[in-house]
Write a protein that binds this ligand. Structure first.
Ligand code: WTA
Length: 651
């Protein structure tokens, strides 16, 4: 293909990666395919184990109905010994966490020796608060180093953390607290973001009204704001953690013990708590972080995600720390105080690897090049993207303007379920193509299927599945293994179905086309249409609601809500406002409808299923391409919708 971009010389220079070109990649990929257990046991050796595992995979997709498959089942470790202790011994003065606060230049540098003491103190404090191996702790925090410390402290005790993104509402937080049966919540007085305060403790208090099993709330003081206080339940971090001993003996865990639960949205129902393990997950996070970014000892690595999402888990905390890297944590937003903030951070901290989402790239590109070029970006070597397809224009801007043609772009495709990157360029080795996530990493076997489950060979477009498990894959849904099986393995038995569509070109490069199910991806935030709809139909005046995504120039997808009102009700600005408020209360501030349309009815199949395909086309303004509507129960509905669209939409 003509628009292949060779790996820039700057990216290869000084690389000690065992994969230097596509021949190396092919050799490694075939080796992993021919001997997966041998390959992954070798990768597992990059961690510190108390007892090295002797076996790789046990079970698989064909037996997943009976129970989860396992990796490294006889291995024993504590992940914090890989992420903290061994680096505190070998490189105690190296900065582990480089924190850039909300205010430009508000910086903390935490060395591995200091991180070790912080994690141990926190683990001792959590143990005193009663947290034990296997019990769950919810973290509802902003981007402060203490969030990473709290995750690691839970891991040190063998307790299971579940981080809830700080933008979720009290109701969403309450659902997660209940679903995982949390014993403890860790939060902070307030978060800081873009010059504003986020009332984390107040939301926690609201979430903890009513039934739950939470006994203690540990509160980190970030801003010093006055907050509500529940005696006997709430405890200040600076009182119990700072006073605790900096020595702590880590609890031995089995490789398959759960490390964390992370909730994510699917096509149906409420968010699912995906369970990631200690041994397999950490092996995978460490391997992918090292290989894709071609990590080097003196790198300053910055992933601009939030710890509330999987990217923050794998590529701010666990992967980089397992690899002994310096990982930057960023509390603010790309637009605060202006659109130059990222490049200001790159310049001041001499960032070498920079990893963000396409939505941020598009938003910044729209602000003009001056914000970029006024800062020195010569330290940069690798630029990453994650979370949604990147359009070639945004890719080009990232490559030309941000990277000045010197950096390779690694467009990394993966999911909460996959634990780490599956399809992506390997920085020094893979020529790129704008918009393509390129090739699967060694150990990963993607397949494209047609809707009948037939495997497509050669250049083709189809449904993206993975043929074999890998160590970083989520093992189950917390408390509901049947749902895990039904969601990922029912459609194509014997394979993991990702929910994404994908095109594979003549050279085997992968181009992700987006979700083929009812999952929305708005500014890289994954949300379920079902969650929107259930919130909207909870409003008295609304009889039915159907939500679909449509292409949006900055956010990737916008949210389009089709509403059917109850008999006799009329649309008003006040009603639409109430819809937005309801979504904010039920889900969070990131759940907003961009466009509403009131219609007399929804197009449905004879079995009563809403035909989203039609609503998606209509939302895109492509009502003339509706295709086959013969399965509609009531074809009249479409013409009624079309005339409603041309009429008053009440926006
Ligand atoms: C989408 C985020 C295209 C995809 C790590 C996937 C992408 C969903 C890419 C998972 C990419 C992620 N190119 N699409 N490089 N990366 N996606 O669970 O639709 O928040 O299924 O994990 O994001 O979103 P999640």
């Amino acid at each position: 293909m003509s628009d292949t971009v060779p790996v820039p010389a700057r990216v290869r220079e000084g690389s000690v990666s065992p994969i230097q070109d596509l021949n190396d990649w092919r050799r490694a990929w075939l080796q992993a395919r021919n001997d997966p257990d041998g390959f992954w046991l070798e990768q597992a050796r990059a961690l510190r184990w108390r007892r090295l595992p002797s076996e790789g995979l046990v079970g698989g997709y064909d037996t997943v109905r009976e129970g989860p498959f396992s990796w490294f089942h006889d291995g024993i470790l504590n992940v914090t010994e890989s992420c903290v202790d061994r680096h505190a011994e070998a490189t105690p003065d190296k900065v582990a966490i480089l924190w850039e606060g909300d205010a430009p230049g508000e910086v903390r540098r935490i060395t591995y020796a200091e991180l070790s003491a912080m994690v141990n103190r926190c683990a001792n404090a959590l143990a005193r608060l009663g947290l034990k191996k296997g019990e769950r702790a919810i973290l509802y925090m902003g981007m402060v180093p203490e969030a990473a410390v709290a995750m690691l402290a839970c891991a040190r005790l063998g307790a299971v953390h579940s981080v809830v993104f700080g933008g979720f509402s009290a109701e969403a937080l309450r659902d997660r607290v209940r679903d995982c049966g949390a014993e403890l919540v860790i939060t902070q007085d307030e978060g800081r973001r873009g010059g504003r305060s986020v009332p984390l403790k107040a939301v926690t208090d609201a979430a903890l009204e009513g039934e739950h099993g939470v006994k203690k709330v540990l509160v980190f003081r970030r801003t010093g704001a006055k907050v509500g206080w529940t005696a006997h339940r709430d405890v200040w971090w600076h009182e119990v953690v700072d006073a605790a001993s900096p020595e702590h003996e880590a609890v031995a865990c089995g490789a398959e013990d759960p490390l964390f639960i992370l909730y994510t949205s699917g096509s149906t129902g409420r968010p699912k708590g995906l369970v990631h393990t200690c041994g397999g997950y950490l092996t995978y996070a460490s391997y992918t972080h090292r290989v894709v970014f071609d990590l080097r000892p003196d790198d300053v690595y910055a992933c601009l995600a939030d710890v509330g999402w999987i990217t923050g888990h794998s590529y701010i905390v666990y992967g980089p720390l397992a690899n002994g890297a310096t990982t930057l944590m960023f509390e603010s937003t790309p637009l605060y105080p202006d659109a130059g903030r990222y490049w200001d951070v790159v310049e001041r901290h001499k960032v070498t690897i920079f990893y963000t989402a396409p939505t941020a790239i598009r938003a910044l590109a729209a602000q003009g090049d001056d914000f970029v070029t006024r800062h020195d970006r010569s330290s940069l070597r690798v630029l990453g993207t994650v979370g949604e397809p990147i359009n070639p224009d945004a890719w080009r801007w990232y490559f030309d303007v941000v990277g000045e043609g010197r950096c390779n772009i690694v467009d990394t495709w993966w999911q909460t379920e996959t634990g780490g990157i599956l399809i992506a360029p390997i920085a020094p080795a893979t020529p790129t193509r704008p918009g393509s996530a390129t090739l699967p990493l060694p150990g990963v076997r993607p397949q494209l299927l047609d809707p009948d489950g037939r495997e497509l060979r050669g250049p083709s477009q189809g449904l993206l599945c993975i043929a074999e498990p890998w160590p970083g894959q989520a093992r189950t849904v917390w408390g509901d293994h049947a749902r895990y099986v039904a969601t990922y393995y029912a459609m194509f038995p014997g394979r993991y179905f990702t929910g994404d569509g994908c095109l594979r070109d003549a050279d085997g490069y992968h181009w992700i086309t987006g979700r083929v199910d009812d999952v929305l991806n708005v500014s890289g935030h994954r949300m379920g249409t079902a969650e929107f709809e259930s919130a909207l139909v909870g409003i008295e005046e609304i009889a039915e609601a159907a939500v679909v995504g449509y292409p949006h120039p900055v956010k990737g997808q916008g949210v389009f809500a089709w509403l059917v009102l109850q008999e006799g009700e009329e649309c008003s600005q006040a009603l639409l406002q109430r819809c937005q408020t309801t979504l904010r209360v039920r889900i969070g501030a990131h759940a907003r409808v961009d466009r509403f349309q009131v219609v007399p009815g929804l197009p449905k199949t004879r079995s009563g299923k809403v035909m989203r395909r039609i609503l998606r086309k209509l939302a895109e303004g492509r009502g003339d391409e509706l295709g086959d509507v013969s399965t509609l129960a009531d074809a009249e509905v479409v013409s009624a919708i079309l005339s409603a669209i041309s009429g008053d939409s009440c926006e």
